[in-house]
Ligand binder design. Sequence first.
Ligand code: DX5
Ligand code: ZN
Length: 224
Amino acid sequence: EAGYLFAPSILSADFARLGDEVERVVEAGCEVIHVDVMDNHYVPNLTIGPLVCAAIRPRTRAVIDVHLMVRPVDALVPLFAKAGADIISFHPEASEHPDRTLALIREQGCRAGLALNPATPLTHLDHVMDRLDLIVVMSVNPGFGGQSFIPSAFEKIAEVRRRIDCYRKRTGRDIRLEVDGGIKPDNIRAVADAGADIFVAGSAIFCSPDVDGGYRGVVGRMRA
Ligand code: DX5
Ligand code: ZN
């Protein structure tokens, strides 16, 4: 499973014991923690702000992968950078000037990603590939954990994989392909085969009776 990264989403963790949940899933082997930021405006839910990100930062050396589901985007970028984010992704429809937002994220010392909803066309990737470290294909509509994987995402993942491979051949630079939403032990292999290399999983890990078993249940399918 060389190159694959697993990114548990703390959206489904027990928020009353968040630091312990993070430590547990990192002990189980994950190297990335996915933080879902929802603003009750761009998406119909309200979750985590920079304070919570800053609170988990000293608890782990894992990469903190902040997924902004907010509009507008730019004012929050420096706040999450200061709170210890390593990666910041946002939705292009939510920014007035996505190219500027991508540049801002990198100026703040973070890696930059664009997240594409199920109905968002890949044309948003045109002209900004040089500014991207990560492309997030959403396999659910953003807003809630525990939703079902939307099958049309498979074709989209494959198309993004083709674009990234083309880009890498041309420039020598790699861009990671993260898939977010509805990933379970029974579909993660197919998501990888379509071309993903980072896998977000929330409910599959944190809603299982023990986090360690949930994590191994997801990752184990990749080794089978
Ligand atoms: C959806 C979030 C996802 C999601 C992952 O809005 O961005 O990260 O909650 O959770 P599961 O794996 O439960 O779909
Ligand atoms: Zn997410």
